[in-house]
Write a protein that binds this ligand. Structure first.
Ligand SMILES: Nc1nc2c(ncn2[C@@H]2O[C@H](COP(=O)(O)OP(=O)(O)O)[C@@H](O)[C@H]2O)c(=O)[nH]1
Ligand SMILES: [Mg+2]
Length: 203
Protein backbone atom coordinates (compact mmCIF):
# COMPACT_ATOMS: atom_id res chain seq x y z
CA UNK A 1 0.00 0.00 0.00
CA UNK A 2 1.21 3.54 -0.70
CA UNK A 3 2.52 5.67 2.12
CA UNK A 4 -0.41 8.01 1.67
CA UNK A 5 -2.92 5.20 1.92
CA UNK A 6 -1.35 4.05 5.10
CA UNK A 7 -1.40 7.51 6.64
CA UNK A 8 -5.09 7.85 5.84
CA UNK A 9 -5.66 4.53 7.56
CA UNK A 10 -3.74 5.80 10.57
CA UNK A 11 -6.15 8.70 10.81
CA UNK A 12 -9.13 6.39 10.53
CA UNK A 13 -7.84 4.35 13.43
CA UNK A 14 -7.57 7.55 15.43
CA UNK A 15 -11.20 8.42 14.63
CA UNK A 16 -12.23 5.01 15.80
CA UNK A 17 -11.51 5.80 19.41
CA UNK A 18 -7.87 6.61 20.07
CA UNK A 19 -8.75 10.12 21.13
CA UNK A 20 -5.75 10.68 23.36
CA UNK A 21 -2.71 12.27 21.71
CA UNK A 22 -0.48 9.60 20.28
CA UNK A 23 2.84 9.30 22.02
CA UNK A 24 6.13 8.09 20.60
CA UNK A 25 9.26 7.93 22.73
CA UNK A 26 12.69 8.67 21.27
CA UNK A 27 15.45 6.96 23.17
CA UNK A 28 19.08 5.93 22.75
CA UNK A 29 22.50 6.65 24.21
CA UNK A 30 24.11 9.99 24.87
CA UNK A 31 24.75 11.98 21.64
CA UNK A 32 22.81 9.58 19.41
CA UNK A 33 20.61 12.45 18.20
CA UNK A 34 17.43 12.32 20.30
CA UNK A 35 17.19 16.03 20.96
CA UNK A 36 18.10 16.88 17.37
CA UNK A 37 15.41 14.55 16.00
CA UNK A 38 12.75 16.32 18.03
CA UNK A 39 14.09 19.77 17.17
CA UNK A 40 14.13 18.91 13.47
CA UNK A 41 10.51 17.84 13.24
CA UNK A 42 8.63 19.49 16.06
CA UNK A 43 6.40 22.53 15.75
CA UNK A 44 6.70 23.50 19.43
CA UNK A 45 9.67 24.47 21.56
CA UNK A 46 11.69 21.82 23.31
CA UNK A 47 11.24 21.82 27.07
CA UNK A 48 14.28 19.70 27.81
CA UNK A 49 16.67 21.34 30.23
CA UNK A 50 20.30 21.54 29.21
CA UNK A 51 22.94 21.73 31.90
CA UNK A 52 26.70 21.37 31.93
CA UNK A 53 27.91 17.95 32.89
CA UNK A 54 30.92 17.49 35.08
CA UNK A 55 31.49 13.75 34.59
CA UNK A 56 33.68 12.01 32.04
CA UNK A 57 31.19 12.54 29.22
CA UNK A 58 31.78 16.30 29.27
CA UNK A 59 34.74 15.84 26.97
CA UNK A 60 32.40 14.48 24.30
CA UNK A 61 29.77 17.15 24.51
CA UNK A 62 29.57 20.19 26.75
CA UNK A 63 25.86 19.90 27.49
CA UNK A 64 23.61 17.00 28.24
CA UNK A 65 19.88 16.77 28.51
CA UNK A 66 18.88 16.29 32.11
CA UNK A 67 15.13 16.47 31.63
CA UNK A 68 13.05 15.07 28.82
CA UNK A 69 12.71 16.66 25.42
CA UNK A 70 9.24 17.22 24.15
CA UNK A 71 7.87 17.81 20.68
CA UNK A 72 4.53 17.84 18.94
CA UNK A 73 3.39 17.26 15.37
CA UNK A 74 -0.19 18.15 14.49
CA UNK A 75 -1.79 16.52 11.47
CA UNK A 76 -4.27 18.31 9.22
CA UNK A 77 -7.28 16.78 10.99
CA UNK A 78 -6.09 18.15 14.33
CA UNK A 79 -4.82 14.89 15.77
CA UNK A 80 -1.46 15.23 17.46
CA UNK A 81 1.61 13.11 17.81
CA UNK A 82 3.66 13.77 20.92
CA UNK A 83 7.35 12.99 20.93
CA UNK A 84 9.19 12.45 24.19
CA UNK A 85 12.97 12.23 24.20
CA UNK A 86 14.62 10.44 27.09
CA UNK A 87 17.70 11.62 28.89
CA UNK A 88 20.32 9.19 27.57
CA UNK A 89 22.36 8.38 30.62
CA UNK A 90 21.63 5.49 32.93
CA UNK A 91 21.45 7.67 35.99
CA UNK A 92 18.17 9.01 34.59
CA UNK A 93 16.74 5.55 34.03
CA UNK A 94 14.02 5.98 36.64
CA UNK A 95 12.50 8.68 34.45
CA UNK A 96 12.31 6.40 31.43
CA UNK A 97 9.45 4.36 32.79
CA UNK A 98 7.36 7.44 33.50
CA UNK A 99 8.10 8.82 30.04
CA UNK A 100 7.18 5.57 28.36
CA UNK A 101 3.74 5.28 29.92
CA UNK A 102 1.09 5.05 27.21
CA UNK A 103 3.51 5.14 24.27
CA UNK A 104 2.27 3.56 21.04
CA UNK A 105 5.79 2.87 19.83
CA UNK A 106 9.36 4.00 20.25
CA UNK A 107 12.49 4.87 18.29
CA UNK A 108 15.94 3.79 19.43
CA UNK A 109 18.81 5.86 18.03
CA UNK A 110 22.36 4.53 17.81
CA UNK A 111 25.44 6.65 17.08
CA UNK A 112 27.47 4.81 14.41
CA UNK A 113 30.57 6.87 15.16
CA UNK A 114 30.68 5.93 18.85
CA UNK A 115 31.75 2.34 19.44
CA UNK A 116 30.02 2.17 22.85
CA UNK A 117 26.71 3.36 21.46
CA UNK A 118 25.33 0.01 20.20
CA UNK A 119 25.96 -1.81 23.49
CA UNK A 120 24.43 1.05 25.43
CA UNK A 121 21.46 1.03 23.04
CA UNK A 122 21.07 -2.73 23.62
CA UNK A 123 20.73 -2.08 27.34
CA UNK A 124 18.22 0.73 26.77
CA UNK A 125 16.22 -1.40 24.33
CA UNK A 126 16.03 -4.25 26.82
CA UNK A 127 14.71 -1.88 29.45
CA UNK A 128 12.09 -0.35 27.14
CA UNK A 129 10.88 -3.72 25.94
CA UNK A 130 10.11 -4.58 29.55
CA UNK A 131 8.00 -1.46 29.95
CA UNK A 132 5.65 -2.16 27.07
CA UNK A 133 5.25 -4.60 24.20
CA UNK A 134 4.91 -1.96 21.50
CA UNK A 135 6.49 -1.70 18.03
CA UNK A 136 9.84 0.03 17.71
CA UNK A 137 12.42 0.83 15.08
CA UNK A 138 16.14 1.53 15.24
CA UNK A 139 17.65 4.63 13.63
CA UNK A 140 21.39 4.64 13.03
CA UNK A 141 22.87 8.15 13.07
CA UNK A 142 26.33 9.66 12.48
CA UNK A 143 27.00 7.28 9.59
CA UNK A 144 28.84 10.13 7.87
CA UNK A 145 31.36 10.04 10.74
CA UNK A 146 31.66 6.26 11.04
CA UNK A 147 34.83 4.39 10.07
CA UNK A 148 33.02 1.28 8.87
CA UNK A 149 30.70 1.10 5.85
CA UNK A 150 26.96 1.55 6.28
CA UNK A 151 26.33 -2.17 5.69
CA UNK A 152 28.90 -3.13 8.31
CA UNK A 153 27.52 -0.68 10.83
CA UNK A 154 23.96 -1.90 10.25
CA UNK A 155 25.01 -5.51 10.73
CA UNK A 156 26.91 -4.64 13.92
CA UNK A 157 23.93 -2.76 15.32
CA UNK A 158 21.46 -5.54 14.49
CA UNK A 159 23.75 -8.07 16.19
CA UNK A 160 24.41 -5.94 19.27
CA UNK A 161 20.68 -5.27 19.73
CA UNK A 162 19.75 -8.88 18.82
CA UNK A 163 16.98 -7.54 16.62
CA UNK A 164 14.35 -9.92 15.31
CA UNK A 165 13.94 -9.86 11.51
CA UNK A 166 10.70 -7.89 11.65
CA UNK A 167 12.34 -4.93 13.40
CA UNK A 168 13.63 -2.31 10.97
CA UNK A 169 16.92 -0.48 11.11
CA UNK A 170 17.13 2.79 9.20
CA UNK A 171 20.16 4.84 8.30
CA UNK A 172 19.35 8.43 9.15
CA UNK A 173 20.72 11.87 9.75
CA UNK A 174 18.33 13.35 12.27
CA UNK A 175 19.34 16.86 11.22
CA UNK A 176 17.45 16.16 7.99
CA UNK A 177 13.68 16.56 8.08
CA UNK A 178 13.00 13.88 5.47
CA UNK A 179 14.99 11.33 7.46
CA UNK A 180 13.09 12.13 10.64
CA UNK A 181 9.77 11.90 8.79
CA UNK A 182 10.84 8.49 7.52
CA UNK A 183 11.61 7.26 11.03
CA UNK A 184 8.32 8.48 12.42
CA UNK A 185 6.29 7.04 9.53
CA UNK A 186 7.98 3.66 9.90
CA UNK A 187 7.14 3.69 13.59
CA UNK A 188 3.50 4.47 12.78
CA UNK A 189 3.41 1.70 10.14
CA UNK A 190 4.61 -0.69 12.83
CA UNK A 191 1.80 0.48 15.08
CA UNK A 192 -0.74 -0.02 12.27
CA UNK A 193 0.54 -3.50 11.52
CA UNK A 194 0.27 -4.40 15.18
CA UNK A 195 -3.30 -3.07 15.35
CA UNK A 196 -4.22 -5.16 12.31
CA UNK A 197 -2.66 -8.29 13.81
CA UNK A 198 -4.53 -7.70 17.04
CA UNK A 199 -7.80 -7.09 15.19
CA UNK A 200 -7.22 -10.25 13.15
CA UNK A 201 -6.60 -12.29 16.28
CA UNK A 202 -9.88 -11.16 17.79
CA UNK A 203 -12.12 -11.66 14.77
N1 LIG B 1 27.61 14.31 11.72
C1 LIG B 1 26.42 14.00 12.23
N2 LIG B 1 25.99 14.63 13.32
C2 LIG B 1 24.79 14.29 13.83
C3 LIG B 1 23.97 13.31 13.25
N3 LIG B 1 22.85 13.19 14.00
C4 LIG B 1 22.98 14.06 15.01
N4 LIG B 1 24.13 14.75 14.92
C5 LIG B 1 24.70 15.74 15.85
O1 LIG B 1 25.08 15.04 17.02
C6 LIG B 1 25.05 15.94 18.15
C7 LIG B 1 24.36 15.25 19.32
O2 LIG B 1 22.99 15.17 19.07
P1 LIG B 1 21.90 15.33 20.22
O3 LIG B 1 20.59 15.46 19.54
O4 LIG B 1 22.27 16.39 21.19
O5 LIG B 1 22.03 13.91 20.95
P2 LIG B 1 21.24 13.34 22.22
O6 LIG B 1 22.25 13.30 23.33
O7 LIG B 1 20.84 11.95 21.81
O8 LIG B 1 20.08 14.22 22.49
C8 LIG B 1 24.35 17.18 17.68
O9 LIG B 1 25.34 18.17 17.48
C9 LIG B 1 23.73 16.79 16.33
O10 LIG B 1 23.65 17.85 15.43
C10 LIG B 1 24.44 12.65 12.05
O11 LIG B 1 23.82 11.76 11.48
N5 LIG B 1 25.67 13.05 11.60
MG1 LIG C 1 19.62 15.23 24.21
Amino acid sequence: MSAHGRIVRTHKAVDNGLTKPLKIVVTGPFSAGKTTLIQTISEVAIVGTERDVSDETSSIKTNTTVAMDFGRITFSDGCSLFLFGTPGQRRFEMRWEILSEGMIGFIVLVNAADERSADEAAHILGTFREYADVPYIVGVTHLDEADASEDEVMATVRAALELPDEVKTMACDVRQREDVKGLILETLYGVMDRLEETAGAHS
